[in-house]
Design a protein around this ligand. Sequence first.
Ligand code: PRP
Ligand code: ADE
Length: 172
Amino acid sequence: MSEVEKYIKSIPDFPQPGIIFRDVTSVTEDPEGMKLAIDEMDKLLEGVDYDVIAGAESRGFIFGAPLAYKNGKGLVLVRKKGKLPRETVEMSYDLEYGQATIEIHKDSIKPGEKVVLVDDLIATGGTIEAAAKLIESLGGIVVKMVFLIELTDLKGRERLSKYDVASVVQFE
Ligand code: PRP
Ligand code: ADE
């Protein structure tokens, strides 16, 4: 397990009873925590052939942006519904708690483009699966999914078995 684990705070019963919330603000607020998180996520990208990074709003932007910058790639914003100004494609999905709709600009992804999806955390995998489907609907190819945290009991990895899924820290 990575050293970055010690920077992740676990808050029971947030945002609802029974959920243990894995908080990344305690990672990002610490210079060493932030550096470890980005460097270790970056290691998961070594040897991967890709054109662009796509980050899922909002915590996916925090980690997707420095990874894109560090690797000389662009960042596609996968946003919650209603935020993007031009023509979009959208998809609804269920979360560990609740429901959401995400969208991306129709011209964000070119057919054949190789995309790495980045988020802070995979729980059920619903968010990232919806993001992958949006990218694929535009002709993109999802070559890897990279997370700082994986909640293994929720079996997102099984749901996403057709993708290459990688995470830095795992919690049951
Ligand atoms: C959280 C997290 C992931 C998603 C993981 O985002 O950042 O995107 O849930 O859950 P899943 O694997 O079950 O889909 P949230 O929708 O809470 O939005 P936020 O990043 O804006 O806080
Ligand atoms: N997103 C979905 N489930 C989560 C959890 N348990 N902690 C933090 N973010 C989450």
